[in-house]
Design a protein around this ligand. Structure first.
Ligand code: CTP
Length: 401
């Protein structure tokens, strides 16, 4: 895993965390990278071009309309001469301009003109990070393949606490290394298909049947499999959690669309069905909004079963994935119901979890699961969903080794 000879274009935007960009430049140089910096006007209030230049040992670019720079290296060339563009810190303002596709300064222009991967390390006040506008901008950028590191949670310069701190420079360096010089990983060369989130089944154009799945567990599994080197296709229903970096994301709404996307993604070596697929859809959803009429009884929904994606992927067929893993969301008789479900659906493993409201699992951050295989049942401790995902990915890698 060597960054020797890699070229980074580091874009430093405004914010108190900009001073950490200096440490990042130092770490990148020590790792053997060539670093060229672009300092935004706001960033220039927090660090000087001179300090970035001294540490990077390269010219620092600050102004879109410098004719000298344009004759030496035009902004288009600047945007493409690197292996990776890193924005650290990435302010709410620059992220919004990226999402909108603006080119109103040099930083935004190179980000719009580049054909290279982009990694952003957001840093801002917690309320700005949590604002729906920033969340929407991050979702837009993630959908375009922009990679994200952080932000970290903690005390902030503005005396508030929460997510919004710039990721530490060693963590940003690790994210850069993972992108530019990834370790081969035990799942290298394997294709994993993961379903995640709920499905929405329309009643009419404005109403739908849904469930409380957040997509956290499925998304974490997709990320964990990718971290072990798998090529991952994540077919996901409507969720608000960010899509993981480095995976191919297919966005769907209904169970039927999810099935079609899964079949399109085959062949796969591994399938993990973590989505909370709606069991039923409304027969003949109305094409116009269903109106109330005075005195008329409420409409009766006629439900028909949805296809069972897990059972279809598990069924014997030439391109059946080697390992099919299902989930069992239960509120009663967890182990018995999950064992019966494993046999009924024909999958190899079932990850069973108790989704009774008191557990807080559905939509929450943690999960307590039982892994059912042909060999028996393993009880795992209550863990963050990210750790459940890492354990499961490691087990999958071991099973396919
Ligand atoms: N599943 C699926 N397609 C469906 C329903 C479920 O792929 N139409 C998958 C889920 O992704 C999960 C597993 O089947 O991996 C079990 O889902 P669960 O909701 O626990 O079970 P159901 O099959 O819906 O059965 P029941 O609701 O009776 O428990």
């Amino acid at each position: 895993m060597s960054l020797l000879g890699k070229r980074i274009l580091l874009i430093v935007s405004g914010g108190i965390a900009a001073y950490k960009a200096l440490e990042l430049v130092r770490l990148l140089r020590a790792a053997g990278c060539g670093v060229t910096c672009v300092l935004s006007r706001a960033g220039g209030h927090f660090v000087t071009p001179l300090s970035l230049q001294a540490l990077s040992e390269s010219k620092v670019y600050t102004d879109l309309f410098s004719l000298t720079d344009e004759s030496e290296m035009g902004h288009i060339q600047l945007s493409r001469a690197a292996d990776l563009l890193v924005v650290a810190p990435a302010s709410a303002d620059l992220l919004a301009r990226m999402a909108a596709g603006l080119a109103d300064d040099l930083a935004a222009t190179v980000l719009l003109a580049t054909d290279k991967p982009v990694l952003v390390a957001p840093a801002m006040n917690v309320r700005m990070w949590q604002h729906p506008a920033t969340a929407a901008n991050m979702a837009t950028l993630a959908a375009r393949g922009v990679r994200v590191i952080g932000p970290d949670e903690g005390a902030m310069a503005c005396n508030e606490f929460g997510p919004g701190r710039l990721a530490e420079p060693p963590a940003i360096l690790a994210a850069i290394t993972a992108l530019l010089a990834p370790a081969p990983g035990p799942l290298a060369g394997k294709h994993a298909l993961v379903t995640s989130g709920p499905t929405h089944e329309p009643i009419d154009p404005v109403r739908y049947i849904a469930n409380r799945s957040s997509g956290r567990q499925g998304h974490a599994i997709a990320a964990a499999l990718a971290a072990l080197g798998a090529r991952v296709t994540l077919v996901r229903g409507p969720v608000t959690v960010p899509d993981p970096a480095g995976v191919t994301v297919v966005r769907v709404e209904t169970a039927q669309q999810m099935l079609d996307a899964c079949l399109d993604a085959l062949p796969a070596d591994i399938a993990v069905c973590a989505a909370a697929v709606a069991d039923w859809r409304v027969a003949g959803a109305a094409s116009g909004k269903i109106k109330k009429s005075p005195g008329a009884p409420p409409p009766v929904l006629d439900l028909v079963p949805n296809p069972d994606i897990l059972a279809l992927l598990s069924a014997p067929r030439p391109d059946r994935p080697r390992l099919v893993v299902g989930f069992a969301a239960e509120t009663d008789a967890l182990d018995e119901n999950a064992a019966a479900k494993r046999l009924r659906k024909g999958c190899d493993w079932i990850v069973a979890n108790d989704v009774s409201p008191a557990t807080g699992i559905m939509g929450g951050e943690d999960n307590t699961v039982h892994l059912l295989t042909a060999a028996g049942i393993e009880d795992w401790p209550r863990l963050p969903k990210t750790e459940v995902a890492q354990r499961l990915a490691a087990r999958i890698a071991a099973a396919l080794a």
